[in-house]
Design a protein around this ligand. Structure first.
Ligand code: COA
Length: 355
């Protein structure tokens, strides 16, 4: 059978949005009026959530704190779901068990983070840790995820990560959330569907495999041969390439700076040195194979190094991504409800004529 041409879907101009702008030509990401590369170093996920949800930062901080405690109290009711071996399956299933009181941005955002932390603790054979409602959301999640309090630079680093991934235009999971919301379904249904879209390695599932790649390469000198072998085997290089960016993903630079701040200017991070060498090598081998298609590091390349430096398990990296991106999903669902109509792309029938 001939391959179907689905590329027309790429060209659909979906909607005006007040939430974020991705400029793929110059490599710039603006979230609710803030350029992610120039965001104040002390700004947190809660600050970005306040902008995206058009709420006051103090109110968002307070409601996230309360909601983390309430989500923790729900854990006994979702225990079976969170025992699943795959973290994305576990948290997606657990979120789907919540009641209508979770059709609220702060409550479902807190639940996504608290459930992710509980899954990581379960995986490590440990009991979940109770959230601290007075703590910063990102720092508290980091503590609950890895079981050790966040030092000030770690708190800054996890917030740099979470705020930077909080929204990103009409990416696959956000589009999914908007499609579901456009049918009149509730916020929980939209977020659960978006979690499904974020699971795949072409969207949110690459950072764990990026770390596996760095481990497999081991030393800068091995990079070119390893990468060439991957491509010759027909596999893609994880953490490289993007649908929109034709230059380096601006989020990579934010994460690099956060890693440097965590590790004495990067001096003590052998992993960062290796990652930079592998990135350069990957750009080279991909340029040779795809001279017409610029392929550079995307968000997930340095996500892997940053979340690893924060002591988080690679199997949980996509869950940390989801704990940040859920903020944007909630904002898009609200925007879709307020201004959108049913999303219904067209298809062109190329099957057999009716008999
Ligand atoms: N490694 C090897 N080749 C790649 C590549 C990668 N990471 N990314 C793109 N390419 C190649 C494709 O094989 C294709 O080559 P072809 O035209 O000879 O078939 C060409 O570049 C264009 O790829 P295409 O699949 O059309 O681009 P896309 O816009 O659909 O893909 C991604 C975007 C992100 C899905 C893609 O770059 C990718 O698979 N990256 C690796 C996974 C990853 O990092 N995911 C996280 C994304 S944030």
């Amino acid at each position: 059978m001939n391959a179907l041409n689905t590329s027309g879907l790429d060209d659909v101009t979906f909607a005006d949005t007040l939430l974020s702008d991705v400029d793929g030509a110059v490599g710039r990401l603006v979230i609710a009026g803030r350029d992610v590369e120039r965001a104040a170093p002390e700004s947190t996920l809660a600050d970005f959530a306040a902008d995206l949800w058009t709420q006051r930062p103090d109110d968002v901080r307070a409601s996230l704190g309360r909601a983390r405690v309430e989500a923790f109290a729900r854990l006994p009711g979702v225990g079976e779901a969170l025992a699943q071996p795959d973290g994305m399956d576990a948290v997606r299933s657990a979120l789907s068990l919540l009641d209508a009181s979770y059709d609220d941005p702060a409550r479902i955002t807190a639940a996504a983070g608290v459930f992710a932390a509980a899954w990581m603790r379960h995986r490590a054979g440990a009991a979940p840790l109770a959230p601290d409602p007075a703590a910063d959301h990102g720092a508290d999640l980091l503590r609950c995820m890895r079981g050790a309090p966040a030092r000030a630079p770690e708190s800054a680093a996890i917030n740099a990560y979470l705020r930077t991934v909080s929204d990103h235009g009409m990416n696959a999971s956000t589009f999914t959330a908007r499609v579901v919301a456009s049918t009149g379904a509730d916020l929980r249904a939209s977020v659960v569907a978006a979690m499904g879209a974020l699971k795949g390695p072409l969207h949110g599932g690459a950072p764990g495999p990026v770390l596996d790649m760095l481990d497999a390469i081991g030393a800068p000198d091995h990079a070119v041969a390893w990468l060439e072998a991957e491509l010759s085997a027909g596999r893609r290089i994880m953490g490289m390439g993007h649908r929109i960016y034709r230059v380096r993903d601006p989020r990579a630079a934010v994460f690099e700076r956060a890693i440097e701040a965590l590790t004495d200017g990067g001096v003590s991070s052998g992993r960062l040195r290796l990652a930079r060498a592998v990135e350069r090598a990957a750009e080279g081998v991909l340029r040779a194979r795809h001279p017409a298609r610029p392929l550079h590091a995307n968000v997930e390349f340095y996500t892997a190094v940053l979340l690893d430096a924060l002591g988080l398990p690679r199997e949980g990296f996509s869950l940390v991504f989801a704990a940040g991106r859920v903020v944007g999903w909630c904002a898009h669902v609200a925007e879709q409800r307020a201004h959108g109509r049913l999303v219904r792309p067209a298809s062109r029938y190329v099957g057999p004529a009716a008999a």
